[in-house]
Design a protein around this ligand. Structure first.
Ligand code: NAD
Length: 352
């Protein structure tokens, strides 16, 4: 049963980590290391079953292979999950035991933060292994990736505007930004600097207030964001917001935002294409975070990070070209770009 599962996604290695003294139950999934060591965050979540945890780590690690490949990184895809409640189950022992498992893989898997994990937890992991990114800046870490992710999202937007309208005049267009968290508010700031008309929404009223007062955005209701007359819909909150219910309401000609898994399913991706809306694939647009932490591996440098973010423009352009070349929706073209890169790099036998 488990091996069949691994065949479906083509995983190289899955490690079950158990230490009952500290209550650790974790799974590390290494999906693909053709491009390099597998990099991907560790998620801590109170999964209802071990099967749910396994499904999640397999799906997420495969996603990292594609994301890292499209980002042009010499890095493979992996992910880890710790089964537990981040609010009650965290301890030094748990994270140090987890760090020992990461260390035991000898660098085939490099971890980072994900949902439920913060920089303090990573400090404990870091005591046991060098194969960790996203640690505090005092240890050579890169700090909060969100401003980089927002900047990368802007690069994706420029490529999308160019593709759709033949120009990159951000200020000529209007934007519906959903979610004003770490990335969303930074993105709004970048839009404002370029003179854009911005509609915003968020569950959190203080964040909306800030976007209105500091960046002159117009606040709309949580559900109203799908109806506003904006040229670009920018999901920066949750996944699955482009779905059967919302898509018919969107007036936008471009979907470009930082949220993960924006399309509810592939059929919606096909329908987006059919309606003539340009979808900038989420994992290519929001790669700024992983690009940033990847630079920690051989010594973090902010200049290099900013240069790397700008490659997102070219990655998106390439995806749009593949979409046109092969007559496929852009979400599919992104996967194809990743698969082509892994295949070619896999054939390159570089001297040791
Ligand atoms: P965050 O938690 O800081 O912000 C999310 C914001 O969305 C919050 O302000 C929240 O109140 C709001 N929100 C939640 N549900 C909403 C709803 N239904 N309608 C409107 N607003 C809602 O998260 P973040 O770090 O800014 O990340 C945003 C998205 O980008 C996530 O999907 C994340 O996975 C993705 N992402 C982030 C990074 C990064 O560097 N932080 C990198 C890659 C991808």
């Amino acid at each position: 049963m488990i091996f069949e599962h691994l065949d479906t996604y083509g995983h190289e290695q899955v490690v079950f980590c158990h230490n009952k003294d500290v209550g650790l139950k974790a799974i590390i999934a290494i999906h693909n290391t053709v491009l390099g060591p597998a990099l991907g965050g560790t998620r801590m979540w109170p999964y209802e079953s071990e099967q749910d945890a396994l499904n999640d780590v397999l799906r997420l690690s495969r996603g990292m292979t594609y994301k890292n490949a499209v980002a042009g990184l010499n890095i493979g895809g992996g992910k880890a999950v710790i089964i537990g409640d981040p609010a009650t189950d965290k301890s030094e022992g748990l994270f140090r035991a987890f760090g020992q498992f990461v260390e035991s893989l000898g660098g085939r898997y490099i971890t980072a933060e994900d949902v439920g994990i913060d920089v303090n937890d990573m400090e404990f992991v870091y005591r046991e292994t060098q194969f960790v990114t996203g640690v505090h800046q005092v240890h050579g870490g890169s700090g909060d990736p969100s401003p980089f992710t927002a900047y990368g999202t802007m690069q994706g937007l420029l490529a999308s505007l160019n593709r759709k309208f033949g120009n990159e005049d951000v200020g000529n267009y209007s934007y519906a930004v959903q979610g004003l968290g770490h990335v969303g508010i930074e993105f709004v700031k970048l839009l404002k600097e370029r003179g854009a008309k911005i509609f915003v929404t968020d569950i959190n009223k203080d964040r909306v207030e800030r976007a209105v007062s500091e960046y002159g955005a117009e606040a709309v209701g949580l559900d109203e964001i799908y109806d506003v007359d904006a040229d670009v819909y920018s999901p920066c909150a949750l996944g699955g917001t482009v779905n059967e219910k919302t898509l018919p309401r969107l007036k936008a000609k471009i979907i470009c935002g930082a949220a993960n898994n924006q399309l509810a399913n592939n059929a919606i991706g096909d329908e987006v294409e059919r309606r003539g809306i340009l979808y900038a694939p989420d994992y290519a647009v929001n790669a700024g975070g992983v690009m940033n932490v990847s630079l920690e591996i051989d010594g973090y440098n902010r200049e290099r990070a900013m240069r790397m973010m700008r490659t997102i423009y070219h990655n998106l352009t390439r995806i749009f070209e593949i979409s046109q070349r092969d007559g496929i929706p852009t979400y599919m073209a992104a996967d194809r770009l990743a698969e082509e890169r892994i295949e070619i790099m896999g054939k390159l036998k570089l001297p040791l």
